[in-house]
Write a protein that binds this ligand. Structure first.
Ligand SMILES: Cc1cc2nc3c(=O)[nH]c(=O)nc-3n(C[C@H](O)[C@H](O)[C@H](O)COP(=O)(O)OP(=O)(O)OC[C@H]3O[C@@H](n4cnc5c(N)ncnc54)[C@H](O)[C@@H]3O)c2cc1C
Length: 422
């Protein structure tokens, strides 16, 4: 098949790799000058099946509406408008215990598949990018431990390999942790880890391009038109005003948050919203004072990761477009987490701040597969787990395109799950 991919972030490039392996002709269109310049640019790097920080879980809507009720609450970028009501109502419906359990199960299956696929890609291609093994979740107090008990029960029930211990155990996994900050419980997830998403995407793009995939950087897809035999795309090269119509058998949107604009004229029923999150990156001052791998502060759901000679702190989630005041508040929290856990780790003069947006739907699961429009497929909506889910999503889509068994039950991710029954 002749397949177009819109977007050269981590989901677009991993999909290009999977489709090429199946013998398809692949053409990737990317509006920026290189790969991984949007949400995949400075993400936390956590590659995790075991730290499940879902978008939709019991109590989350309450926590959002009553700031201060929970330090991990998702915020609204702005006060909800009447047009947000339908989305928020759907979100609330997906926060029931039953819905949450099903969503957690589906997300776990996809991330586990993804980590297996990523390991296979690493073994096959020997890509060079920064990685470390293991993830340690830190719980500060008995009260916080109570709050995360359902998570520990879920780890046990789902057979996710993990070890639970006290402060000494936590320090054995991450010896540079600040001894002044109390640790009540440490949970270690040996199968999870950290990887530099941007480096990986760039390295994989290189291989995929050498193996025959076409990449058109500085090219923006302006419109998608289904035709009788496939799809037509209007593509605009940078610094030109003309649109070149190009035809393909199929197009897959891996276009992140910009998918909202591309899908609107197509009238596809998909309740997409955007989620913004933030990161701080700084050069290491002394590697001995830095994390070995990935650490999560469970109180604020903040990740602290080691990426080569840098440390990155990520957190804060806001639905819709975040205000400047919120941005400042989140950055303050990220600095505080770094000083609490690894006070001597970073050269503070080298700090770079960043925020990125990803699309989300109310159940917090990605949207993978064929839409109701022939030839138009989606690989979007991964929220804050896109790096962890990219290789699995690519596998699922590549299998579905040739009607091969996907190995996991992918119905929960269907791009048509929002269609009303006739
Ligand atoms: C602060 C932060 C921390 C995160 N931490 C983690 C983490 O620790 N672990 C994890 O698993 N995930 C994490 N994520 C989530 C992860 O980064 C994203 O889910 C993932 O990068 C999404 O990749 P993508 O390829 O779908 O989107 P993007 O990287 O945004 O790529 C989409 C691409 O499409 C291009 N594009 C859009 N429209 C067009 C068009 N019309 N024509 C041509 N090109 C177009 C864009 O330019 C862009 O390059 C984090 C996200 C943020 C913001």
């Amino acid at each position: 098949m002749n397949i177009a991919i819109i977007g050269a972030g981590v989901t677009g490039v991993t999909l290009a790799h999977a489709l090429l392996q199946d013998g398809h002709h692949v053409h990737v269109f990317e509006q920026r000058q290189t790969a991984a310049e949007e949400a995949s640019y400075a993400c936390g790097g956590l590659l995790s099946a075991g730290w499940a920080s879902p978008l939709a879980a019991p109590g989350m809507v309450w926590d959002m509406l009553y700031p201060g009720s929970s330090p991990t609450a998702i915020r609204m970028g702005q006060w909800p408008r009447p047009s947000d009501a339908a989305w928020l109502l759907r979100w609330w419906m997906h926060t029931s215990r039953k819905a949450h359990a099903a969503q957690q199960g589906a997300a776990l299956a996809l991330t586990q598949l993804s980590l297996r696929e990523l390991a296979r890609t690493n073994a096959d291609l020997g890509l060079e990018y920064e990685t470390t093994e293991g993830l340690t979740v830190l719980v500060r107090s008995a009260h916080d431990r109570e709050r995360i008990d359902p998570y520990l029960q879920w780890l046990n029930a789902s057979n996710v390999p993990h070890q639970v211990g006290d402060a000494t155990f936590g320090l054995s996994k991450e010896p540079a942790l600040n001894r002044q900050t109390p640790i009540h419980t440490a949970i270690h997830l040996p199968r999870d880890g950290v990887g530099n998403c941007r480096q990986f995407t760039g390295a994989l793009k290189q291989v995929v391009q050498e193996r025959g995939a076409e990449f058109s950087f500085g090219h923006t897809v302006r419109a998608i038109r289904p035709t009788e035999t496939g799809v037509e795309l209007d593509v605009q090269a940078q610094r030109t005003t003309s649109l070149a119509p190009l035809t393909f058998d199929t197009v897959v949107l891996c276009s992140g948050v910009a998918s909202l604009g591309l899908l609107k004229p197509l009238n596809i029923q998909l309740p997409l919203n955007q989620l913004r999150s933030h990161s701080l990156s700084a050069n290491l001052r002394d590697p001995m004072d830095a994390p070995r791998s990935g650490v999560v502060d469970s109180l604020h759901n903040i990740g602290i990761t080691r990426l080569g000679q840098r440390v990155r702190i990520t957190g804060g989630q806001a639905l819709g477009s975040a205000s400047a005041a919120q941005h400042k508040g989140v950055l303050k929290q990220l600095y505080a987490a770094l000083f609490d856990w690894f006070p001597g780790a970073a050269h503070m003069s080298s700090v770079q701040t960043w925020s990125g947006q990803t699309p989300v739907v109310p159940d917090g699961l990605p949207v993978l597969g064929a839409t109701a429009l022939p030839g138009v497929w989606l690989n979007i909506g991964h929220g804050l787990r896109g790096w962890s889910m990219a290789s699995g999503s690519a596998r699922v889509l590549a299998d579905q395109l040739v009607q091969r068994d996907t190995g996991i039950d992918a119905r929960a991710f269907s791009a048509q799950r929002w269609h009303k029954a006739p």
